[in-house]
Design a protein around this ligand. Structure first.
Ligand SMILES: [Zn+2]
Length: 331
C-alpha cells in the first residue's frame, strides 16, 4: 500500500479546518465534530455521484450525468469558492463524468487539488472537455493528476489519502483488462476515523470480470481488506454488478444504490435483488429514497447511521425488471 503523505491534512488553524457543511439534510457539521465523516450518495438520476466530507476535507467520486443537476447539488451543498481535495472519476462513462464539468466552471471558483481517472482513450467530446479543463489546471500548477492505474505514481496498486478528520480513502487500481468500460472502474474504500464504526466500498460500475479480479487477482480482500459496513452497489443495481462471492467478501450491513427512476436498463434487476436478499443485505436506492446520507461520528463505539431524503422501505423501483441471463454475465 502506498500513501500520499499527509496531503489532505489540514495545515491551517483548527478553526479554519473545521468549516461547517451547508447540508440540506442538517447532519453534524465538521465544526461540531472534526472526526465525523459524512457520505452523501447524491440523487443524480441514472448515474453516480458521491460527496464525502471529513474534518473539512472534501472528496467527490463521480458527478452524475447532468451538469445542471450536479450544479444545483453543488449549490445546495454550499460548494462554491471552495477547495475540493480530491475528485475521483471511477471510469469514462457519461453518467459518471458529465456533471464533473460543472466543478471546473470558472464562475464557481472551485479549486480541485487531486484528480484521479483512468485516462482510457475516448472519442466523447464531453469527456475531452473535462479532460481539457483538468489538463489546463495541471499546466498551471493548480492541480495534481493521478492515473488510477498508478494511483500514487509509484507503481503500487493502493493509494491512501488521509483526510483532515482522520478518515482514510484508499484508491484502488482498476481491473487492467479492457473487456468493458465499466470493468475499468476504480474501487474506493473509505475508512472512518474509527474504523470499527464505519467503512464503505464504492466501485463505480465494476462488473463481474472486475469484481473477480478484485477478489482473486488484486487480492484487495487482504489489502486494504474488503469487509465493510456499507456498500455502494455497483452498476446501478445491474445483475452484472453483484455476486454472492462479492457480498461474502464485503459482508455489508446495507447497500445503497444510485438509480434513475426511469431507466432503459431495467435497473434494478430482479436477479441483483435476489443476490442481495440471499446474502441478507437490505438496500436503499436514490430513485425511491432521494439523496442518501451516511454519518459516522468517528469516535470509538460511535457506529454510523443512514438518513434518506425520502423515507420509505420500498425496495422496488418503477424500472425494475429481470435481465436476460446473458445480460447478467456481460451486459
Ligand atoms: Zn453508470
Amino acid at each position: 500500500m502506498s500513501r500520499i503523505s499527509g496531503i489532505l491534512f489540514c495545515l491551517a488553524a483548527a478553526a479554519a479546518c473545521g468549516r461547517a457543511d451547508a447540508s440540506p439534510l442538517g447532519d453534524t457539521s465538521a465544526a461540531a465534530n472534526p472526526h465525523g465523516v459524512t457520505v452523501r450518495v447524491l440523487d443524480v438520476g441514472q448515474g453516480d455521484a458521491t460527496y464525502i466530507t471529513n474534518g473539512g476535507s472534501r472528496v467527490i467520486i463521480d458527478g452524475g450525468p447532468d451538469e445542471r443537476r450536479f450544479g444545483h447539488l453543488l449549490d445546495s451543498l454550499g460548494i462554491r469558492n471552495d477547495t475540493v481535495d480530491a475528485v475521483i472519476l471511477t471510469h469514462a462513462h457519461f453518467d459518471h463524468y458529465s456533471g464533473l464539468r460543472e466543478l471546473f466552471r470558472s464562475s464557481r471558483h472551485i479549486t480541485v487539488r487531486y484528480f484521479f481517472e483512468n485516462g482510457d482513450p475516448s472519442t466523447a467530446a464531453s469527456l475531452r472537455e473535462l479532460r481539457d479543463s483538468v489538463a489546463a489546471r495541471v499546466a498551471a500548477g493548480a492541480l495534481i493528476y493521478r492515473d488510477t492505474d498508478d494511483p500514487c505514481g509509484d507503481g503500487r496498486p493502493v493509494c491512501t489519502l488521509t483526510l483532515r478528520g482522520g478518515a482514510l480513502l484508499h484508491v484502488l487500481r482498476p481491473y487492467p483488462g479492457r473487456l468493458t468500460v465499466n470493468d475499468r472502474s476504480a474501487a474506493v474504500k473509505l475508512v472512518g476515523a474509527d474504523s470499527a464504526s464505519f467503512t464503505m466500498w464504492l466501485a463505480g460500475d465494476a462488473e463481474h470480470a472486475a469484481i473477480d479480479w478484485f477478489l482473486w487477482d488484486a487480492d484487495y480482500d487482504h489489502v486494504p481488506g474488503m469487509r465493510v459496513h456499507v456498500l455502494k452497489g455497483d452498476h446501478h443495481g445491474s445483475c452484472n454488478g453483484v455476486s454472492g462471492e462479492y457480498l461474502q467478501a464485503l459482508r455489508p450491513d446495507t447497500a445503497v444504490l444510485s438509480i434513475g427512476a426511469h431507466n432503459d436498463y431495467g435497473h434494478m434487476h430482479a436477479q441483483a435483488k435476489a443476490v442481495y436478499r440471499a446474502a441478507g443485505v437490505p438496500w436503499y436506492r436514490t430513485d425511491e429514497n432521494g439523496t442518501i446520507t451516511i454519518y459516522s461520528p468517528g469516535r470509538p463505539g460511535g457506529g454510523y447511521h443512514i438518513a434518506v431524503q425520502r423515507p420509505g422501505v420500498d425496495r422496488d423501483g418503477p424500472s425494475d425488471r429481470p435481465a436476460s441471463a446473458r445480460g447478467c454475465e456481460d451486459d
